[in-house]
Design a protein around this ligand. Structure first.
Ligand code: AMP
Ligand code: MG
Ligand code: MG
Length: 311
């Protein structure tokens, strides 16, 4: 049956399943308490959870889709070793498999796809115990554009039929829509979301000019976009080159599918081809709709835009 389902839909269904498994790895590493923190650069950390979750995701997807180019945040020599069978996920989410594929994606081939994986977005928050900020991100791009994405929250708690359940998975597919959460309209007043752990004077300047009634400071690109999707915030502003393609690919795809928009702070879309530079050099500006995106874009001073563009 599965061979009659278009590749993009199968890939999204597989990504939903493997993101849940990766989320369990993230929880297991934390409960064991041996985080194995490595400093990759200034304010940039990796833990055993980042490494293991990435191995699980890449091994599982590349075994099933060998010609898809999968780029993960973490590069570690361990990636070459055998991955234990417990971490090899071959399931695909049944609900997603039944989605009707948009016609423009029906004939996509493995060679046209680049997947950007952030196995644990919000590592600083993870190490500091802000666990609800943590997400697992799998972004699927076709011909450089983010068309589908998965945002998994390993620590999201719900009650299902009176039973406690941990973890939830949000997905989006262009021209189809979103699932895994209840969409909500933006707040009545202007609420901005931004970084909690990577601010600097330029980041703050871009926030000051917005005339927001409230600024929320939380970890992770995934979590901030979730705040937009769930009506907690209206705009995500980050005037810094700190985010990378794996941070924005999945959130951008899900936000697009929900009617929102994510660009750099000059208003240009990022491209997600395999040869693109990893850093999102000119920052992130995302909003729940076009009007709020335009509002924010017009507020950012030209001088600040130029500063980032010429960095
Ligand atoms: P934040 O909003 O600070 O949680 O950042 C969102 C994503 O971008 C996370 O994966 C961060 O690790 C990454 N990031 C943002 N700024 C920086 C930075 N200055 N150095 C390293 N990573 C960063
Ligand atoms: Mg990240
Ligand atoms: Mg990460």
């Amino acid at each position: 049956m599965s061979t009659t389902v278009p590749l993009i839909v199968r890939l999204l269904a597989s990504s939903v399943s493997v993101a849940g498994r990766a989320g369990k790895i993230v929880r297991d590493v934390m409960s064991k308490g041996e985080l194995g923190i490595v400093e990759k650069g200034k304010d940039d950390y990796q833990t055993e959870a980042d490494r293991s979750a990435q191995r699980c995701i890449i091994a599982s997807l590349s075994a099933q889709y060998p010609k898809v180019n999968i780029i993960g945040e973490e590069d570690s020599p361990e990636d070459e070793g055998e991955v234990s069978s417990e971490w090899l996920v071959v399931d695909a989410d049944k609900e997603i498999l039944s989605i009707e594929c948009p016609s423009f994606l029906q004939n996509v081939k493995e060679e046209d796809i680049v997947i950007w994986v952030d196995p644990l977005d919000g590592t600083s928050e993870y190490t500091q115990g802000f666990l609800e900020h943590v997400t697992v991100l799998i972004g699927i791009s076709v011909n450089e554009k983010p068309v589908a994405g998965v945002i998994h929250q390993p620590y999201f708690k719900t009650l299902v039929d009176g039973e406690k359940k941990i973890g939830r998975t949000i997905w989006g597919l262009q021209e189809v829509g979103v699932g895994g959460y209840t969409p909500a309209p933006p707040p009545d007043s202007l609420v901005i979301t931004t970084t909690r752990s990577h601010s600097n004077p330029i980041v703050e300047k871009a926030l000051q000019v917005m005339n927001a009634t409230q600024i929320l400071r939380v970890g992770g690109a995934g979590y901030k976009v979730l705040q937009l999707l769930e009506g907690v915030a209206s705009i995500y502003v980050f005037a810094s080159p700190g985010c990378k393609k794996w941070d924005t690919c999945a959130p951008e795809a899900v936000l697009n599918a929900a009617g929102g928009k994510l660009t750099d702070i000059l208003g240009n879309y990022y491209k997600y081809g395999a040869s693109e530079t990893r850093p999102n050099k000119t920052g992130v500006l995302a909003a729940v709709n076009n009007d709020l995106h335009t509002y924010a874009l017009n507020k950012i001073p030209q001088e600040l835009k130029e500063k980032l563009a010429n960095k």
